[in-house]
Design a protein around this ligand. Structure first.
Ligand code: 6PG
Length: 264
């Protein structure tokens, strides 16, 4: 594995998707231990998508699960589709099948959205209130998740913030509903400000089909270009950003980027 620093972020390039999941699972365990030791809990905003599913399945194996004090772990969803929890498209269902049903995390420690299939805006408001109560937030404050897990979509979206999303410029909301033209569907998502308030943000990006978009995103983060794509806007104000990438997805990272990182 190779590790570089770029624009304040750590970039881990792993041999393949399996090694990527192992590296991030180890990082997850390390963050959990440190957060629980420091604060008595580990708060995580989970990502949807197929890439994170490999991580969740690995965390459910005995090798990793036995290292985690699950009663001190608290799961939230960084975004959710506006479908019932038993829908094949549900991020909750994916996490539940890959992880929640296999580890001893108390049900009270998993905070799911409710009613998004019927009334997205009401579901977003209710979830936002859950976040405010759990993190004991005052007005205009954001939750400082110990970890936010993110994936990268083919056009540069992350969580459910697609290019041009109102969640990118929302000045107050923590969690909101957005209409995604590309999908002709509503989604629920953490806002950019909420994600950038996290202590740790980790992207998982695998596969050669992500090589072009990843190169664009990384170069945007390394430069002060305007009109950045959503994933390039993820720059935690005080927290740490880490990329977990497999070699296939890294193949278009320009040498100038790598030289920058080597010199940094
Ligand atoms: C979702 C995710 C989304 C995902 C990316 C990458 O609900 O779909 O939150 O942001 O992470 O689309 O998905 P893959 O890992 O499946 O490519």
């Amino acid at each position: 594995m190779q590790t570089f620093q770029l624009a304040g972020a750590t970039i881990n390039i792993c041999q393949n998707k399996e090694k990527l999941a192992e590296k991030l699972a180890t990082h997850f365990v390390d963050l959990a231990k440190a957060s629980i030791e420091a604060d008595g809990r580990f708060t995580v905003a989970l990502s949807g998508g197929s890439t994170p599913k490999a991580l969740y399945s690995l965390l459910a194996t005995d090798e990793y699960a036995k290292q985690i004090a699950w009663d001190k772990v608290f799961f939230f969803w960084g975004d959710e589709r506006c479908v019932p929890h038993d829908s094949p498209d549900s991020n909750y269902r994916m996490v539940n099948e890959a992880l929640l049903t296999k580890v001893p995390i108390p049900k009270a420690n998993t905070f799911t959205t409710e009613g998004q299939e019927k009334n997205p805006e009401e579901a977003a408001k209710q979830y936002e209130q859950k976040l405010k109560e759990f993190f004991q937030l005052g007005a205009n404050k954001y939750p400082a998740f110990d970890l936010v897990l993110l994936g990268l979509g083919p056009e540069g979206h992350t969580a459910s913030m697609f290019p041009g999303s109102v969640a990118l410029t929302e000045p107050q909301r923590i969690f909101m509903t957005v209409y995604v033209e590309k999908l002709s569907a509503f989604r629920l998502t953490l806002t950019l400000n909420a994600i950038n308030a996290a202590k740790n943000v980790c992207f998982m990006v695998a596969g050669e089909d992500k090589a072009d978009i990843l190169s664009t995103i990384i170069s945007q983060t390394a430069r002060t270009s305007e009109n950045k794509l959503p994933a390039a806007c993820i720059q935690p104000s005080a927290g740490h950003l880490e990329w977990f990438i497999d070699r296939a997805a890294s193949m278009k990272l320009g040498l100038d980027i790598l030289h920058t990182t080597i010199e940094a």
